[in-house]
Design a protein. Structure first.
Length: 207
């Protein structure tokens, strides 16, 4: 059964919508996000998705755990719609979508806690979370406005990573755990209408 969570949002969020758009003021609307299972997930059309892969054009990385796979990514878990990109420590991570940086943690050492991450808030009050970054691995600062493709930080193995990778998830209505994960796909790579596939290497194409 779908449980609908409604969030009334106030205030203005300053952000840039694309590399070619000027920075502008956008009023955050009232948005309804749905807590849904893997089988009920409603994905956008992948070829026009607002998201691109969170690494530079021309780079390719393998997918570890993906949407609705297993472990923390299993159906019903907060991270059911998260994607793990296998990356060596120190790999450059870039913005999958334009927004404003609202949270940074970078004090953790690789192999230890806390979980280092950067959180970017988008114009529709969704949040992209870039997790397991290396110590002092954030390039951005709080309240920075980022556009798609801007450098975010460097990947690592902090928190519950287990091995070096980028844990990427988009959440709705808030970003603190246990959060509400949302299904996303990426427009600048091979067709992925419902999700990226575990064990497949995806190249970031120009956009």
């Amino acid at each position: 059964m779908i449980q609908k969570l409604s969030f009334s949002l106030l205030g203005l969020l300053l952000l840039s919508c694309s590399k070619r758009d000027p920075v502008r003021e956008v009023r955050i609307p009232e948005v309804d996000f749905e807590l849904t299972s893997c089988g009920q997930a409603n994905y956008p059309e992948w070829s026009t998705s607002p998201y691109v892969l969170p690494y530079p054009v021309g780079k390719s990385y393998n997918i570890g755990l993906t949407h609705c796979s297993s472990s923390f990514h299993a159906d019903g878990e907060p991270d059911q719609f998260a994607v793990d990109f296998d990356m060596n420590i120190g790999t450059l991570v870039t913005a999958a979508r334009a927004g404003r940086v609202i949270h940074i943690e970078e004090s953790g050492k690789d192999g230890n806690f806390p979980n280092n991450l950067v959180v970017v808030q988008h114009s529709d009050n969704t949040f992209a979370q870039y997790m397991h970054l290396t110590q002092n691995g954030a390039i951005v600062e709080l309240n920075d406005l980022v556009v798609q493709g801007d450098s975010i930080g460097f990947s690592g193995s902090t928190g519950l990573a287990g091995y070096p990778h980028l844990h990427f998830i988009v959440t709705g209505g808030g970003w603190t755990f246990p959060y509400l994960g949302l299904p996303v796909n990426f427009r600048n790579t091979d067709p992925n209408p419902t999700r990226l596939t575990s064990g497949i290497m995806y190249r970031a194409e120009p956009y």
